[in-house]
Design a binder for this molecule. Structure first.
Ligand code: ATP
Ligand code: MG
Length: 534
């Protein structure tokens, strides 16, 4: 074997080694292509080279690596910068126009680099041409069959590198897509490893239980999901200790309450689904978490609703029945005064039944979104207030009513029936919650350049303690005191009052004092309503 042939062989080996090293080092595709282009150019003593690759997403062949081609030459060949279009599956059709552009380039390179011939090595994947290596040579260069095969081997390696890179990209973008789906899912999602450690933890779950993903990932499941109470028979740990999941086993559903770091309690429903491989080994547990807090609250409300309503309906009905029965007794003779008194009681109880039913209807309208106002012009709040007070005055002789309205108090645009309901509730509360009697004042003010008016109802009753303030306007909420137990009420009054005032674009608030050492106890509810005539 001649010395130069040995040299060539040694070089061939070196190039092949460099290329396989580049391939196995999992370098970026562009780095692998650069190594392959270097080897190809050097091996045939070329001056410059270009690798063009197809980009199936854009339907273009693009320059993927270049060696020794002056950059200004690229800019004078628009195709090299913009790419060569092709339609999918018909890549071969584009090769002619690429070859033509390259021979054009060769002409230019001739002046700069003395290049005179171009070697073209196609990159094949099966029948598909995925790219070309172009090597620009200085002079007529001939090589034997061996060298030709070797060059094709370089091109084949390049084709493999392209294929690997594309597969990797595909897997990667699929993974990114799945990660994004998990992260943005509206349900809480977490993935556990077979040892029940958390591997992934999405944003919805993080919001639900008030823990950051970075706090949860890597931690044991039981450290992050610590049940305060459990409504199902067993949690994940107990189930796993009892052999869950068995091959073909169903999902595990666990429901209960946990405490968030800020002290709030959330009700969760968690479904654990085992992910098994073909040999039934557990790979992961996919965990879906739902926030059931609202659902639980509604269930509670439903229960309260039924108990409150049945109690509140029962009381007037049994009073009415009692008095009617008494009046009907054939053996008794009633004086006209007694008869009148009993009939008045029946009338009052029938009225309170009507009020209760009205309140329930309004509340259900609010819930179903069919609540709407029947606005009328020139409603006089002063006369509404006087009428309401008159009605309640007859029911109590220990409360004294007083009025305090400026002379120029304006008439407004409002739903008369509903504003009467607001006043009824505020005045009835003032009476109910000042059992020892005392003054009840209804007053009005004109605010903000006559843009708003306010009405206040003030009593000197038991007051509302600070720690119960937040419950006042909630549906079915009655404060926990002796009086609430003794007086009638559903706890709907202020909930509806607030809804009605806000539907008029007004606001409602209150001041209250429960401490006799800080002056007179009592409560003052105030609501504002806009005066649209101003
Ligand atoms: P309803 O109005 O449905 O007949 P209610 O009067 O109990 O029942 P709300 O008017 O909504 O319900 O009032 C809620 C709770 O707020 C009352 O049960 C009471 O505990 C408290 N509350 C309301 N007004 C006053 C007040 N003026 N003084 C003290 N506590 C009050
Ligand atoms: Mg009330």
């Amino acid at each position: 074997m001649s010395r130069s042939l040995i040299d060539i062989r040694v070089r061939q080996r070196e190039y092949l080694l460099a290329i396989s090293r580049a391939l196995s080092a999992e370098l970026e595709l562009s780095d692998v292509l650069r190594v392959i282009l270097n080897a190809s150019v050097e091996f045939v003593s070329g001056r410059a080279g270009i690798i063009v690759l197809s980009d199936p997403e854009e339907g273009l062949f693009r320059v993927a690596a270049a060696l020794g081609v002056p950059s200004e030459l690229f800019y004078s060949h628009a195709n090299l910068v913009n790419g060569f279009p092709y339609s999918l599956g018909r890549e071969k059709d584009a090769t002619a126009s690429i070859d033509e552009a390259m021979s054009h380039l060769t002409q230019h390179l001739k002046n700069d680099l003395g290049v005179s011939q171009t070697l073209i090595l196609p990159l094949h994947q099966g029948d598909l041409v995925v790219g070309m290596i172009y090597v620009f040579q200085e002079e007529q260069f001939t090589f034997g069959e061996d060298a030709g095969k070797l060059l094709q081997a370089f091109a084949d390696q390049a084709a493999i590198a392209v294929k690997n890179a594309r597969l990797y990209e595909q897997v990667n973008s699929e993974k990114q897509r799945l990660d994004a789906i998990l992260e943005n899912s509206a349900d809480g999602v977490m993935i556990l490893d077979p040892q029940l450690n958390i591997q992934s933890f999405n944003r919805a779950l993080s919001n639900m239980i008030g823990r950051k993903a970075s706090e949860a990932i890597g931690k044991p499941h039981d450290e992050i999901i610590q049940w305060l109470t459990l409504r199902t028979e067993q949690g994940l740990k107990d189930a796993s200790e009892n052999g869950w999941p068995m091959p073909g086993s169903a999902n595990l559903y666990v429901e209960g309450d946990i405490k968030k770091p800020d002290g709030d309690i959330v009700s969760l429903g968690i479904t654990y689904s085992p992910l098994l491989n073909t040999r039934h080994r557990l790979l992961n547990i996919i965990t879906n978490v739902r926030d059931l807090t609202q659902h639980r609250r509604e269930e509670e409300l439903q229960k309260t609703f039924i108990s409150v309503v049945s109690h509140e309906l029962k009381t007037p009905v049994s009073i009415i029945k009692g008095y009617a029965g008494t009046l009907k007794r054939p053996d008794a003779k009633w004086t006209p005064e007694a008869r009148h008194e009993y009939l008045s009681v029946i009338e009052d109880e029938a009225d309170s039944l009507t009020d209760l039913i009205d309140n329930l209807l309004e509340a259900s309208k609010l819930q179903s979104g069919t609540f709407s106002l029947n606005l009328k012009d020139h409603i006089s709040l002063v006369s509404l207030a006087r009428r309401t007070a008159k009605k309640f005055e007859t029911q109590s002789d220990i409360h004294e009513f007083s009025f305090n309205f400026p002379d120029n108090f304006p008439e407004i645009n409002a739903d008369e029936r509903r504003i009467t309901q607001v006043l009824n509730n505020l005045v009835s509360n003032a009476i109910k919650y000042s059992p020892k009697g005392g003054p009840v004042e209804i007053s009005g003010t004109i605010e903000d350049d006559e843009r708003f008016v306010t009405i206040s109802v003030t009593d000197h009753g038991i007051g509302i303690p600070d720690h119960q303030r937040h419950r006042i306007f909630q549906k079915f909420s009655r404060l926990d005191n002796d009086l609430s137990r003794k007086t009638e009420g559903t706890g709907l009054g202020l909930f509806l009052t607030k809804a009605i005032v806000e539907a008029h674009d007004g606001r409602i608030w209150f001041n209250s004092n429960t401490d006799p050492e800080k002056g007179l106890t009592g409560t003052s509810f105030t609501f504002s309503l806009p005066n649209i005539y101003n």
